[in-house]
Write a protein that binds this ligand. Structure first.
Ligand SMILES: CC(C)(COP(=O)(O)OP(=O)(O)OC[C@H]1O[C@@H](n2cnc3c(N)ncnc32)[C@H](O)[C@@H]1OP(=O)(O)O)[C@@H](O)C(=O)NCCC(=O)NCCS
Length: 173
């Protein structure tokens, strides 16, 4: 798939970028070294080169139909405020899992819930997804709230490497 841009009202969704016009790497590095992200996200990025690898990985995943991922960006400046994605894509089964984080300075302003809602509309309308899962660890209350705001409902709780993980699902049909 080619990366797609989406208008999300107050924000717009675009591919992650590291080029001469827009460089998301410093914001990615800042987000992944923040203590709250370190608590809830297992992926580690410790320097700008790692952030560059991350941008390249997301581009590859678009090309391989593996994951659609978007920077949730400011409409005026293009600044990356967070990231939303549809991962574990199975287009035949109409399935994906949601993924998200927000830059520390931009949390609790609807960046992720507005961004994810737009990604879900794209998933249903353009990709034909019928079911999406949203997983979060026990205690991650802001993530639980995002799931709620985006229309997911509790399905089950599983153990992942000793951590209690709640699985919420949403039907898109
Ligand atoms: C979870 C996260 C992605 C949310 O992004 P965000 O852009 O701040 O989300 P939104 O602003 O759309 O919504 C956050 C909601 O959580 C609420 N919230 C924040 N802290 C909360 C808490 N301790 N208890 C309950 N609700 C809380 C906010 O008030 C807001 O709800 P509201 O709009 O009803 O007021 C962000 O906090 C983050 O990046 N966390 C670290 C990484 C992470 O946990 N990623 C998700 C892994 S599953």
């Amino acid at each position: 798939m080619e990366p797609v841009e989406i208008n999300a009202g107050r924000y717009y969704l675009r591919q992650l970028r590291a080029d001469d016009r827009i460089d998301d790497r410093p914001s990615i590095l800042e987000a992944f070294t923040d203590p709250i992200s370190l608590r809830w996200i297992s992926h580690r990025i410790t320097d700008l080169a790692g952030a560059g690898d991350y941008v390249a990985m997301r581009a590859r995943q678009w090309a391989d139909d593996e994951r659609c991922s978007w920077a949730v960006a400011d409409q005026n400046t293009g600044e990356l405020l967070g990231e939303v994605g549809l991962k574990d894509l199975n287009l035949d089964a109409g399935f994906a899992a949601a993924a998200c984080w927000a830059a520390p300075r931009h949390r609790n302003r609807g960046v992720v819930s507005d961004g994810l809602a737009a990604a879900l509309r794209f998933g249903a309308g353009a990709l034909g997804l019928t079911r999406v899962e949203y997983l979060f660890q026990d205690g991650n209350e802001s993530s639980r709230r995002v799931a709620e705001k985006c229309g997911f409902a509790y399905d089950r709780t599983v153990d992942q490497c000793g951590a209690k993980v709640h699985v919420w699902t949403r039907s898109l049909v």
